[in-house]
Design a binder for this molecule. Structure first.
Ligand code: FAD
Length: 477
């Protein structure tokens, strides 16, 4: 006899675990099933984000940034460092501890909110919205049968490999392997200069690897504002990342001690790259393998994503899907917003997710963050805009920090002055972008930001100055 719940959430990544907690807060009897195993085989809720994504990558970015700063920047502060070294196993142990703290935090939150957690793989085996959907949990909790009229699928995504170049996580690395390298490689290749490729490439370059990135697209960071992308390419190249755009891979060979990649450059000239390790970060694919989608008639689109409407409803009544496994940006906070919204919808509320104000962040140095439209997108849409920008070089706090790279750029409607996009490259861009998202969510005009008192000296004054710049009246530049 199956245990019956008001809601079963499949997957405990940022989309799933947050949905489960919100539904429990709303009074539902909730089960959440997650298959992820830690090194000891135990539960490790948090999904890709906690285990092999957002959290461990930021832990390694922090360690490697400390190392780089100690080597390059401390001297200007009068701090001498002798015999600087990096102990990669210790760095990895710290990363593992940060991940474990997050796993345990989610288990604690489940307990606190009375969410029943099942460790295992959930498969939809039948049923319908009236009688309840049947779910089998196998693996960790062998053969458990549970049922519910409402199901949220939040099974996330997995790394995409290149044909003929399977991940062995030793020489050919997915993001999992890229986060677990046990010694700094002399040479590191990265196929794909997107967010993950740039973050991982930065970690290992800072620690001493010679890093080469091969990107198929002719434009660097095509989704970002063109001015930001240009500045980013300049800075990353200056730091020593060798970035080749318009690169076409023609052949690859896994060697005893590395990987050899034949490729043609943007001019069509044949090249060969030999590296100790190769990270392949060419995107991720939706994870529906173990779900039993076919058995219940759950519709997937041509790329394998679960098909959903604007409210995350699938083609089956009572079954919803959120996060990386559905259309839209593969971002943890997008997954969370969808998860909460679906839980509230099930409870009869009318939530709304505004995709236009989902911020994008790249945690390199300098950081890159943006929200809303780029100048090119507005131009293509025929929407006239005014532009204000402000360089961190003219910001007192940035000078005190010793980090004056980059700028803030604000785009506002030419007629109404409504903020349509904010683009930041520079120190703490990941934190600064929140003000822009709030402003846009409240439909603020650039003049509103320009008239808000910002503490001095702070990096956030650059946002105010960019807003002043929209009206052609920056004070400090
Ligand atoms: P996931 O986090 O993938 O979780 C899905 C869970 O479902 C997993 O635990 C999986 O084991 C489980 N599961 C799958 N099938 C089943 C089943 N049948 N039964 C039971 N359980 C199942 N995003 C950001 O916003 N910021 C970042 O800084 C960032 N950095 C990243 C860095 C890297 C290296 C990577 C790879 C990704 C990064 N992301 C980042 C993306 C982010 O991790 C994802 O967008 C996010 O994890 C998606 O959440 P989700 O809940 O949809 O799925």
């Amino acid at each position: 006899m199956a245990s019956v719940f008001d809601l079963i959430v499949i997957g405990a990544g940022p989309g799933g675990y947050v949905a489960a907690i919100r539904a429990a807060q709303l009074g539902m009897k909730v089960a959440c099933v997650d298959a992820w195993r830690n090194a000891q085989g135990g539960p490790a809720p948090g999904g890709t984000c906690t285990n092999v994504g957002c959290i461990p990558s930021k832990a390694l970015l922090q360690s490697s940034e400390h190392f780089e700063q100690a080597g390059h920047d401390f001297a200007a502060h009068g701090i001498g460092v002798e015999g600087l070294s990096i102990d990669v196993p210790t760095m990895q142990q710290r990363k593992a501890l940060v991940v474990k703290q997050n796993n345990e935090g989610i288990l604690y939150l489940f307990k606190k909110n009375k969410v029943t957690f099942f460790h295992g793989t959930a498969t939809l085996t039948g049923g319908d919205a009236d009688a309840g959907w049947q779910v089998n949990v196998s693996g960790g909790e062998a053969g458990q049968a549970i049922a519910s009229r409402q199901i949220i699928i939040a099974t996330g995504s997995v790394p995409r490999s290149l044909p003929g170049l399977e991940f062995d996580e030793q020489r050919v690395l997915s993001n999992d392997g890229a986060l677990s390298i046990d010694a700094v490689p002399k040479t590191l290749g990265v196929i794909g200069a997107g967010v993950i490729g740039l973050e991982m490439g930065s970690v290992w370059r800072r620690l001493g690897a010679q890093v080469t990135l091969l990107e198929a697209m002719p434009d660097f960071l095509a989704a970002a504002d063109a001015q930001v992308a240009k500045e980013a390419l300049k800075q990353f190249t200056r730091q020593g990342l060798a970035i080749h755009l318009g690169a076409r891979i023609t052949a690859t060979k896994v060697l005893k001690n590395g990987v050899s990649i034949d490729w043609t450059d943007a001019k069509g000239v044949a090249q060969t790259l030999k590296v100790d390790r190769l990270i392949v970060s060419v995107g991720r694919k939706p994870n529906t393998e173990s779900l039993g989608a076919e058995a219940v008639g759950l519709k997937l689109d041509e790329r394998g994503f679960i098909e959903v409407d604007g409210d995350c409803r699938t083609n089956l009544p009572g079954i919803w899907a959120v996060g990386d496994v559905v259309r839209g940006p593969m971002l943890a906070h997008k997954a969370e917003e969808e998860g909460v919204a679906v839980a509230e919808r099930i409870a009869g509320q009318k939530p709304h997710v505004d995709f236009n104000t989902v911020p994008w962040v790249i945690y390199t140095s300098p950081e890159i963050a943006w929200v809303g439209q780029t100048e090119a997108q507005l131009k293509a849409a025929g929407r006239a805009c005014k532009v204000g920008s402000f360089p961190f070089m003219a910001n007192g706090r940035a000078r005190a920090l010793g980090d004056t790279t980059g700028f803030v750029k604000m785009l506002a409607d030419a007629q109404t002055d409504e903020i349509l996009g904010v683009h930041i490259i520079g120190p703490m861009a990941s934190e600064l972008i929140a003000e822009a998202a709030v402003a846009m969510e409240f439909k603020a005009a650039s003049e509103d930001i320009a008239r808000i008192c910002h503490a001095h000296p702070t990096l956030s004054e650059s946002l105010k100055e960019a807003a002043l710049g929209v009206a052609g009246r920056t004070l400090n530049f």
